[in-house]
Design a protein around this ligand. Structure first.
Ligand code: NAD
Length: 406
């Protein structure tokens, strides 16, 4: 299997065949502005010292400061971070926000650390990178396994080192530390707004049967929002198990079950299935909301959903994309589908710099038209260029980035 960065570059090659952006511009986008690897020494609770490997990739800042989350995962490595940073550049351009693309990470399984070790590790990441971060330079945020609390430690460390009191260097902070209302559900909600904007154009019914992989921040919120809007969530999963109930899951009860048992397995009235089976369920909408590369050459042919809404980053490989396209399964691409998160991150940054506090309603009221515009602009680009929505999104993003770079 290709690494995520090769997948990202394959997408770039593909779009440059559909529309001519000029070789020099494409060559610029084939490399990040810089990728930084750091080692972070951490004093462990037993008194020993461990060294962790960390990253920050600053991909492109034509549209504004580099923007992108920090991922803590044992499999995180530089190619994954580079791919995610590239997609952030595309995503910010698609969403129409004045931000560029960046991403960070640490190779670590945070479940194996105590809270104190996690805090020292997070502060260590900031110490190593403080010189390149800042509200007008590079603005990180949470991603897989990083939380508002971690952002609070990071923004505190950054303030200690630099004296910057705007708190605008990190987004996804807790409300009391300068976070924005609505950031928690923003990615799932933005995904729902995009889906809703395109639903009829993609030939989906008013009430859809939805299967969601991943029950974390994004997948959990998406499941709740789809159900609240009268769609039928038939399946959800986490890293350990997956469940399906064809006439719809009661998500409040699923959450309660997960809280008491620590997982989704054996939820009353539902069938236990595997994560692989979830991806192959007959449904209107399949929502991968966990990890990259889950729909590949091996299983794309077995996908039975009418439409796939990519809330995770990079869940479909380029080869699988082609298989789905041939099968007439439309994909609402990650750079559009999950751009609600970074859009509300941008709102948070904006509020911090202006010293304002917006209500959740104000935030969602601003998010909705931006998601609608992005969805419709992309639909139009895809139709005009006789291509699918992912390429429509890349075309829109590259037009915007190129215009700024020129
Ligand atoms: P999270 O850590 O809150 O949740 C991840 C979920 O995936 C968990 O339920 C976990 O149990 C599940 N999972 C882990 N391994 C799995 C596996 N092998 N199979 C099935 N499920 C598995 O992370 P998140 O913030 O919800 O992010 C999920 C995805 O959405 C990632 O791809 C992330 O990059 C993307 N994303 C997140 C945001 C955001 O605002 N958090 C924004 C844009 C994109």
């Amino acid at each position: 299997m290709q690494n995520p960065y090769q997948n990202a570059m394959a997408q770039l090659d593909k779009v440059s065949k559909i529309k001519n952006f000029g070789d020099e511009f494409i060559a610029r986008l084939r490399q990040p502005d810089r990728d930084i690897r750091i080692s972070i020494p951490v004093k462990m609770d037993d008194g020993s010292e461990r060294i962790f490997e960390g990253y920050r990739v600053e991909y492109n800042n034509a549209l504004g400061p580099y923007k992108g989350g920090i991922r803590y995962h044992p499999d995180t490595e530089i190619n994954e971070v580079k791919a995610l940073a590239f997609w952030m550049a595309i995503k910010c351009a698609v969403a129409g926000i004045p931000m560029g693309g960046g991403k960070g990470g640490i190779t670590v399984d945070p479940k194996n650390l105590s809270k104190g070790e996690l805090e020292r590790l997070s502060r260590g990441w900031v110490k190593r990178l403080a010189d390149i971060l800042g509200p007008r330079k590079d603005v990180p945020a949470p991603d897989v396994n990083t939380t508002p609390e971690i952002m609070a430690w990071m923004v505190d460390e950054f303030e200690k080192i630099t004296g910057d009191k705007t708190r605008a260097t990190f987004t996804g902070k807790p409300i009391e530390n300068g976070g924005s209302q609505g950031r928690g559900p923003a990615t799932g909600l933005g995904g729902f707004y995009v889906f809703n904007s395109l639903r009829a154009q993609l030939g989906l019914p008013e009430q859809c049967k939805v299967a969601i992989q991943g029950f974390g921040n994004v997948g959990g919120n998406a499941a709740r929002i789809f159900a609240e809007n009268k769609h039928i969530v038939i399946a959800v999963s986490d890293s350990k198990s997956a469940i399906v109930k064809e006439d719809g899951l009661d998500l409040g009860q699923v959450e309660a079950h997960k809280k008491t048992t620590g997982g989704l397995k054996d939820f009353p009235g539902a069938r236990n299935i595997t994560n692989e089976e979830l991806l192959e369920l007959p449904c209107d909408l399949l929502v991968p909301a966990a990890f990259e590369n889950v729909i590949t050459n091996d299983n794309a042919d077995k996908v039975k959903a009418k439409v796939v809404l990519e809330l995770a980053n990079g869940p479909i490989t380029p080869e699988a994309d082609e298989i789905l396209f041939k099968k007439n399964i439309q994909v609402i691409p990650d750079v559009l589908a999950n751009s609600g998160g970074v859009t509300v991150s941008y709102f948070e940054w904006d509020q911090n710099l202006k010293n304002e506090t917006w209500s959740e309603k104000e935030v969602f009221d601003k998010l909705l038209p931006m998601m609608n515009d992005a969805a419709q602009n992309i639909f139009k680009r895809a139709e005009e260029n006789k291509t699918h929505l992912r390429m429509g999104a890349f075309i829109l993003a590259l037009e915007r980035i190129k215009e700024k770079m020129l």
